[in-house]
Design a protein around this ligand. Structure first.
Ligand code: HEM
Length: 440
C-alpha cells in the first residue's frame, strides 16, 4: 500500500518540482557544452554600476568572431546568420545594412499607427473568444505589418503564412521546444528571392542578391516578427494577471501615459534578451583592480540588470515609472544607444500601444498559466468578450492545471532537444567555420 501511495504522491506532485529541476539540469548541460568563456555582467568581475559604461565602451564592439557562443546563435538564426544585422562585425557592410534597416523602419508616426491598427483588426476580428496562445495570436499581426513596411503593399495571406512559419520555427528552436525545420524557412527564402525586385527600397549594395534576401528574412521576417510577438505576449499576459491594471486600462482607454508605463514595466520585468554578448577588440579598464583583456566575451545579463536597484523588483508595478525617470533606472530594453541599440526602439513601443488598445477594446484577457521570461508555453490566455465572464473561474482553474502538466512534458522535451541542438551547433560550428574561411 505504501509504495502505491508514494507513487501517486510523486506523480501528482510532478508539476511542482520536475520542470524546475529539468531547467536547472538544462542550464548545467548548456554551460558544460559551451564552456565558461563568458564574463557575466553584472558578475564577480564587473558589478552592476559599470554595466552601461562597459556596454558603451568602443572596444566592446566585436559581434560574433571569436566566441563559441556565436555558433549556437548562428545555428538558430540560419539561413544567412552571417548577414543578420545583429551578427555582422563592425565595418562598412554593417553600416550599409544598419542604414537600410533604419530607412525601412522610418515611416511617419500616424502612418505606422494606422497600419498597426489595421493589421491588428484583421487578425482580431477573425478571432473568437476562448483559449488562445498569445504569441501565436500576435504573429500574423506583425507578419502583415513588417511585410507592408518592406514591400509597401498589403500582405497576401500566402506571404503571411510563410512569414509566420519561418518566425515560429526560429523561436520554437530557440526555446528548445522543437528542432529546426530548414525546409519551412527555405520556402520563405524562395518567396523573397522571386520578389526581390518588387521591393521599393534600395537594399544594401555591399550584399549579393542572395545575401539581401537573407538580410530581409533575418531582420524583418524573423527578428521583427518574433520580438514583437513575444513583447506583446508578455504585455498581454501581465495585463491578464493584474486585474487592477486591466481595469484601469479598460476604464481609461485614452490614458496613453498609463499604457506606456505598463509597456515599460512589461519590458523591464520580461526583457526579451536574456544575454547579449560582445567580444572586446581592445583591453577595457573596469576599475583600478580589474582589466578585461582583448578577446573577452562579455555577456550582458538583462534580467539581472533590470532587477537591480528597484524596490521590490519582482512586483509588476507600472506606477513605479511615475516617479522613476527611465534614464536614471537600470532599464535598457532596447540595448544601449552607444553600442548597436535596437533600430526599432522608436517604432516598437508605438505599435505595441496600438495593438494593445485594439486587443483590449475587443476582449478582456485572463490567464492562470505560468508567466516566465522565456515563456515556453507561448502565453495561454482566455479571451472573453467584454461583459461576458460567466464560467471564467472554472476555465482559469482548468487552464492552470493544464499549463502545469504541459510544463512537465515540455521541460523534458526542452532538455532533450536543447541538449541535441547545442551539441549539433558545436559540431557544425557555423560561425567558427565562416570566420576561419574568411581569414584563409
Ligand atoms: C519590443 C520589441 C523589441 C525589443 C524589446 C528589442 C530588443 C533589442 C535589443 C535589446 C537589442 C540589442 C541587443 C544587443 O545589444 O546585442 C536589439 C537589437 C536589434 N533589434 Fe530589436 N527589439 C525589438 C524589436 C525589434 C524589431 C521590430 C526589429 C525590426 C527590424 C528589431 C531589429 C533588431 C536588430 C536588427 C538588432 C541588431 C542591431 C545592431 O546590432 O545593429 N528589433 N533589439
Amino acid at each position: 500500500m505504501l509504495p502505491l501511495i508514494l507513487t501517486v504522491l510523486v506523480v501528482v506532485s510532478l508539476p511542482y518540482w520536475l520542470p524546475r529541476l529539468v531547467v536547472a539540469l538544462r542550464m548545467w548541460i548548456f554551460a558544460r557544452i559551451n564552456g565558461d568563456e563568458g564574463v557575466p555582467i553584472p558578475g564577480p568581475l564587473v558589478d552592476v554600476r559599470h554595466f552601461t559604461r562597459i556596454y558603451s565602451d568602443p572596444a566592446a564592439d566585436g559581434r560574433s568572431r571569436g566566441a563559441r557562443l556565436s555558433d549556437l546563435f548562428w545555428y538558430w538564426l540560419a539561413p544567412g546568420p552571417e548577414v543578420h544585422q545583429e551578427h555582422l562585425e563592425p565595418g562598412e557592410r554593417y553600416d550599409d545594412v544598419a542604414r537600410t534597416t533604419r530607412r525601412i523602419l522610418a515611416r511617419p508616426k500616424p502612418d505606422v499607427e494606422r497600419l498597426a491598427a489595421a493589421c491588428a483588426a484583421h487578425t482580431l476580428d477573425a478571432t473568437r473568444p476562448g483559449l488562445v496562445r498569445l504569441r501565436d495570436l500576435m504573429m500574423p499581426v506583425w507578419a502583415e505589418l513588417y511585410y507592408e513596411l518592406v514591400f509597401q503593399r498589403p500582405c497576401p495571406p500566402e506571404a503571411r503564412d510563410l512569414i509566420v512559419g519561418n518566425a515560429n520555427d526560429v523561436v520554437t528552436a530557440l526555446k528548445c521546444c522543437g528542432l529546426r525545420h530548414m525546409g519551412r524557412r527555405a520556402r520563405l527564402t524562395a518567396y523573397l528571392r522571386e520578389r526581390l525586385d518588387e521591393i521599393p527600397h534600395a537594399l544594401p549594395a555591399s550584399l549579393s542578391r542572395e545575401e539581401q534576401v537573407f538580410y530581409l528574412q533575418g531582420a524583418f521576417f524573423n527578428t521583427a516578427v518574433v520580438q514583437m510577438s513575444e513583447a506583446m505576449a508578455h504585455l498581454l499576459m501581465a495585463i491578464a494577471q493584474h486585474p487592477e491594471v486591466q481595469h484601469r486600462l479598460a476604464s481609461e482607454p485614452g490614458d496613453d501615459a498609463y499604457l506606456d508605463r505598463v509597456i515599460n514595466e512589461s519590458l523591464r520585468r520580461y526583457p526579451l534578451f536574456g544575454i547579449a554578448h560582445r567580444i572586446t577588440s581592445k583591453e577595457i579598464t573596469v576599475d583600478e583592480r580589474t582589466t578585461l583583456p582583448a578577446g573577452s566575451v562579455l555577456c550582458f545579463d538583462y534580467p539581472a540588470f533590470h532587477t537591480t536597484g528597484y524596490d521590490d523588483p519582482a512586483r509588476f508595478d507600472p506606477d513605479r515609472w511615475r516617479t522613476l525617470p527611465v534614464r536614471e533606472a537600470n532599464h535598457v530594453p532596447f540595448g544601449v544607444t552607444a553600442n548597436r541599440a535596437c533600430p526599432a526602439k522608436g517604432v516598437a513601443p508605438l505599435t505595441m500601444r496600438v495593438v494593445a488598445r485594439e486587443t483590449l477594446r475587443r476582449f478582456a484577457v485572463h490567464s492562470s498559466a505560468a508567466h516566465t521570461r522565456s515563456m515556453p508555453n507561448r502565453g495561454p490566455c482566455v479571451l472573453v468578450e467584454r461583459e461576458d465572464d460567466r464560467a471564467l473561474r472554472m476555465r482559469l482553474a482548468l487552464l492552470r492545471l493544464r499549463d502545469r502538466w504541459e510544463d512537465v512534458w515540455r521541460s523534458l522535451v526542452q532538455l532533450g532537444l536543447g541538449t541535441y541542438m547545442v551539441w549539433d551547433a558545436r559540431r557544425r560550428r557555423p560561425a567558427g567555420r565562416y570566420f576561419a574561411e574568411a581569414t584563409r
